[in-house]
Design a protein around this ligand. Structure first.
Ligand code: FAD
Length: 396
C-alpha cells in the first residue's frame, strides 16, 4: 500500500467517494480512499436516492440545485451513468402545513429551483392514480427525480480511479496520528499512510473516527425501512412523492414497481450501524402499505390482498446518522488537516456530490462553488444550528 499521500479520505459511501472524486479532479496529488467494507457498503446502498431540491435554508437549497443539475448531466459531472430518472418531486401538505410550502417555495424559486405551488385538483388531473383527500396544497419540482445509489458511487470512484485515485476496499482505519495539533498520518489494518489531510466521511461511524482526534459530535442512529412492490399492469407511474400528511414517501421504480418508505417526524428506531438487522418486517410493512394504498388506490387490487397479492418484491432497512439539527457536519476542525463530512441525517445522497465538490475546493485552497461554511460543526456551540419550516426531521 502507498506509504505517503496528499490526502486520505475515510469511507467509501457517497460522501467519501464525492470528496475523493473532486480532490482527484482538482489534481490535488496522491489521494487515497480507504473503505473497511466495500464501496457503497454502508448507508448509501439502502438509500432511496431521491434527488429533490425542496429545502428551507440557503446552503441546502444551493447544494441541492447544483446536485440536481449534476445528476442530470452525470456522464460529465459525476463520471458516468448513475441511473438518474427525472420523474419530478412533489410535496403534499395538509391545511395546517400548507403555510410551510407557501413560505419556502418563493425562496427556492429565487435560488433557482424550478418549483411551483400546485392545487390538489391539478395534481389529480395529471396523475389520476392519486387520491388527495386531506391534502390542501402541493408543490412540484419538474427537474428532480431519483438515481441508483450504488451506480452513483461506482461512477464517482471509477472515474476518479482512472485519473489516479487509489481505492482501498477491505481496509479499516484504526487510528489517526496527530502531532502538535496537526494530522500526520492514518493507521490502517494494512499499514500506516503518512498524510497531512484526512477526511472523515464515515457516515454513521463519524463520531468513532472523530474520537480518534479528540472531537466528539453527538449522533443518533435510526433504522429506516423501505419496501418495493410490483405495480399492476397499466400503472402509469408517479413522481417522487413526499406525503407529509401521512409521513410517507413513495415513487415509481422503473415503469413497473413502486418504492415506499416512512417519513419524519416519527419515533427513532435505535440501531447499531455495525450489527443491526438490515431486513424488513411485517410491523413496518403493515404500517406503510395502508397509507400507500390510501394515497394510490390504483395499488389496492394487489396490496390490499393477503400477502400483498404476491406483489411484494423486497424490503430492507438502512441507518440514518442524525445530527442535532438534521444537517450534516462538514468542514475543517480544530485539528489541522482533519475535515468532517458526515451526519447526512437522511439528506446526503443528493447533497453528497456537491458537498464533496465544495469540500474538495476548500481543502485545495480554491473557492468552493457553493459556500458551505454554515455546515461547520462549530455551529452547534455557536448557536447557529439550522431550522426547518417543517420542524425537526429531514423533510427540508
Ligand atoms: C433508507 C434510507 C433512505 C434514504 N433516502 C435518501 C434519499 O432519498 N435522498 C437522500 O438524499 N438521502 C437519503 N438517505 C440518506 C443518504 O443515503 C445518506 O445520508 C448517505 O448515503 C450517507 O452516506 P455516507 O457516505 O455519509 O455514509 P455511508 O454510506 O454509511 O458510508 C460510510 C462508509 O464508511 C465506512 N467506514 C466506517 N468506518 C470506517 C473505518 N474505520 N475505516 C474505513 N471505512 C470505514 C463504512 O464501511 C461505510 O461504507 C437515505 C438513507 C437511508 C438509510
Amino acid at each position: 500500500m502507498i506509504a505517503r499521500a496528499d490526502a486520505v479520505v475515510i469511507g467509501g459511501g457517497i460522501m467519501g467517494v464525492s470528496v475523493a472524486h473532486f480532490l482527484t479532479k482538482l489534481g490535488y496529488g496522491d489521494v487515497v480512499l480507504v473503505e473497511k467494507r466495500r464501496l457503497a457498503g454502508g448507508s448509501t446502498q439502502y438509500s432511496a436516492a431521491h434527488v429533490r431540491q425542496h429545502y428551507t435554508n440557503e446552503v441546502a437549497i444551493r447544494l441541492a440545485v447544483r446536485a440536481a443539475a449534476m445528476f442530470g448531466n452525470a456522464e460529465e459531472d459525476l463520471g458516468g451513468e448513475v441511473g438518474f430518472v427525472r420523474d419530478g418531486y412533489m410535496v403534499l401538505a395538509t391545511a395546517e402545513e400548507a403555510q410551510a410550502i407557501r413560505d419556502v417555495v418563493p425562496l427556492q424559486q429565487r435560488l433557482g429551483v424550478e418549483t411551483a405551488l400546485v392545487d390538489p385538483d391539478e395534481v389529480v388531473e395529471r396523475w389520476p392514480e392519486l387520491s388527495l383527500d386531506g391534502v390542501e396544497l402541493a408543490c412540484y419540482e419538474e427537474t428532480s427525480g431519483y438515481a441508483d445509489p450504488v451506480r452513483t458511487v461506482e461512477a464517482l470512484a471509477g472515474s476518479a480511479a482512472r485519473l489516479g485515485l487509489e481505492v482501498r476496499e477491505g481496509c479499516e482505519v484504526l487510528g489517526i496520528s496527530v502531532s502538535s495539533g496537526r494530522v500526520t498520518g492514518v493507521v490502517t489494518g494494512d499499514g500506516e499512510i503518512a498524510t497531512g489531510v484526512v477526511v472523515n466521511a464515515t457516515g454513521p461511524w463519524g463520531n468513532t473516527i472523530g474520537r480518534m482526534v479528540g472531537i466528539e459530535y453527538p449522533l443518533t442512529w435510526s433504522r429506516e425501512h423501505e419496501a418495493i412492490f410490483e405495480a399492476p399492469e397499466g400503472f402509469r407511474g408517479l413522481p417522487v412523492m413526499s406525503d407529509s400528511t401521512q409521513r410517507l414517501y413513495f415513487r415509481s421504480v422503473g415503469g413497473d414497481k413502486v418504492l415506499v418508505g416512512e417519513g419524519w417526524p416519527k419515533a427513532v428506531e435505535p440501531a447499531d450501524p455495525e450489527r443491526y438487522d438490515d431486513g424488513t418486517d411485517a410491523e413496518h410493512l403493515d404500517r406503510m402499505v395502508p397509507r400507500l394504498v390510501r394515497r394510490v388506490p390504483a395499488l389496492a387490487a394487489n396490496l390490499s390482498q393477503p400477502g400483498y397479492g404476491g406483489a411484494f418484491v423486497t424490503g430492507y432497512s438502512g441507518v440514518y446518522d442524525i445530527t442535532e439539527d438534521w444537517y450534516p457536519i462538514v468542514g475543517a476542525e480544530a485539528v489541522e488537516g482533519y475535515y468532517s463530512a458526515f451526519g447526512g441525517s437522511g439528506h446526503c445522497f443528493k447533497l453528497g456530490p456537491t458537498i464533496g465538490e465544495s469540500l474538495a475546493h476548500l481543502i485545495a485552497g480554491s473557492e468552493p462553488p457553493v459556500e458551505i461554511a454554515g455546515l461547520s460543526g462549530s455551529r452547534f456551540a455557536a448557536g447557529r444550528s439550522f431550522t426547518s419550516v417543517w420542524g425537526p426531521g429531514n423533510r427540508a
